[in-house]
Design a protein around this ligand. Structure first.
Ligand SMILES: NC(=O)C[C@H](N)C(=O)O
Length: 350
């Protein structure tokens, strides 16, 4: 196995030496996820493979040089905001220090949408950062990992990917970070962007980018203080009360995202709690459990119009998982919750 890796790397390094002007260099940062899982002795899938193992038999274009670094080796259900920050810092360091065309991050699919958006918010330059993974383990005979990874490397090396922020490449499709989420627990075609569609496609190393992304102001990673960035998600469902909201605030939440019903509706008990918590400096945002469409101030009697009047910030097309990351990032960079509220409102306006 080592020898195969040595041959792959030797080939790519040789390509770099012979064609110095046209060589493209892609750095792969490995973090774990199903793309790196093998079954343990009890049959449970655990992230064990490092990046070198993932790239060793990959088909990549002769003029692409691949380098690998391991960052974590975890299922993405074990990601945290701290790990996202560490990964973002590593990504920035590698882009600074190494002469790379683009970065690929291998990651579990469960929370890829959160990490992708975090990296997108703190991106600090034009070179592409591509996240990919797999739905079937590394030791499955039909793992989708190798194809996804070679597709991601092709996209990272392609000039058309510059300036598009963090992207997700999966099952032949290219997605922007914002608005994209996991949509099937097990199927290989799991990522979807219900409001935005795909940004492009990749087939056999050929990359086609069709869409454009919305430009957002970037945040400064060195300014983020995650100790004041606790944000929890509270579900609204028939009969829900405000117990979870108060418990989160008591546990130190500086922000709460409501996973509301429909176009962003709750009930009068939750509206009252939102008004009280907003007055106490907690930033409440409202998203929805519905797959597509924006949050809107339509209904009274505890509905979205009342929630927003009580102080909740509507998150537009962002779903709770990504609204939480945006709010946490903003609370991490703004000491004043009012500034974080305003920045969230501006962010979700498009
Ligand atoms: N397909 C996957 O990668 C799912 C896995 N549970 C993870 O997120 O790490």
């Amino acid at each position: 196995m080592r020898n195969r890796l040595a041959r792959t790397l030797a080939r790519t390094y040789r390509a770099g030496t012979n064609q110095e002007t046209s060589v493209r260099s892609v750095m792969v940062l490995a973090t774990g996820g199903t793309i790196a899982t093998r079954s343990d002795t009890t049959g449970r899938a655990v992230a064990r493979a490092g990046g070198a193992e993932l790239v060793e038999r990959l088909a990549v274009a002769d003029d692409i040089r691949v380098k690998v670094h391991d960052v974590f080796r975890v299922g993405s259900y074990l990601m945290t905001l701290e790990r996202m920050r560490e990964l973002a810092a590593r990504a920035q360091r590698h882009l600074l220090a190494d002469d790379v065309t683009g970065l690929v991050i291998t990651h579990g699919t469960d929370t890829m949408e959160e990490t992708a958006l975090f990296l997108d918010l703190f991106r600090d330059e034009e070179r592409p950062v591509i996240l990919t993974g797999a739905q079937r383990p590394a030791d499955a005979p039909d793992s989708d990992g190798p194809r996804n990874l070679s597709d991601a490397i092709a996209v990272a090396a392609d000039p058309a990917s510059r300036g598009l922020g963090a992207l997700i490449v999966f099952d032949g499709s290219v997605f922007t970070a914002e608005g994209t989420r996991k949509s099937h627990t097990l199927a290989s075609s799991t990522f979807a962007s219900p409001d935005g569609g795909v940004l492009g496609w990749v087939r056999g190393g050929a990359v086609h980018i069709a869409g454009a992304r919305r430009r957002r102001p970037r945040l400064d990673l060195s300014a983020v203080d995650l100790s004041r960035a606790r944000v929890d998600i509270a579900a609204c469902y028939p009969g829900a009360d405000a117990t979870a909201l108060y418990a989160f605030a008591a546990a130190g939440a500086r922000g709460i995202v409501l996973e509301a019903t429909g176009a962003g509706n709750a009930n009068t008990a939750i509206c009252e709690a939102v008004a009280e918590l907003t007055a106490s400096g907690v930033v409440v945002a409202t998203s929805t459990r519905v797959t597509a469409g924006p949050v809107a101030a339509v209904y009274g009697d505890g509905g979205g119009a009342d929630l927003i009047a009580a102080g909740a910030v509507p998150t537009g097309l962002l779903r709770p998982s990504q609204a939480r990351v945006v709010l946490a990032a903003l609370l991490g960079v703004h000491t004043d919750p009012r500034a974080a509220r305003e920045a969230l409102a501006a962010h979700t306006l498009g």
